[in-house]
Write a protein that binds this ligand. Structure first.
Ligand code: FES
Length: 107
């Protein structure tokens, strides 16, 4: 199963196993990654599942939709070039080793 690596704001890393086909958000929730709040349950309405994609991975993800792009303008922690909504990133085998930084806050 693909491994996803979350880097917390204090730089502690957590590696989790994700299921292909699920979202990064769902994988994070299943593994108790508390920094992912996901208030809307993955319906692209809350922006509380914000992550920063590591530079080496940005170009390997599917493009940001207009809907996601609009929500990313309203994140609690500042938007950066690698900002994504984790509920909109679908796990594939190619994403094994994906590195995501978690923002300071989601709300
Ligand atoms: S969980 Fe609400 S936008 Fe991702």
């Amino acid at each position: 199963m693909p491994i996803i690596i979350f880097i917390r704001p204090d730089r502690r890393a957590e590696r989790i196993e994700a299921e292909p086909g699920e979202s990064v958000m769902m994988a994070a929730i299943r593994h108790g990654v508390d920094e992912i709040v996901a208030e809307c349950g993955g319906n692209a309405m809350c922006a509380t599942c914000h992550v920063y994609v590591d530079d080496r991975w940005i170009g390997r993800l599917a493009a940001v939709s207009d809907e996601e792009d609009a929500l990313l303008d309203g994140t609690a922690s500042a938007r950066q070039p690698g900002s994504r909504l984790s509920c909109q990133i679908k796990i594939t085998p190619e994403l094994d080793g994906l590195v995501l930084r978690l923002p300071e806050r989601q709300i």
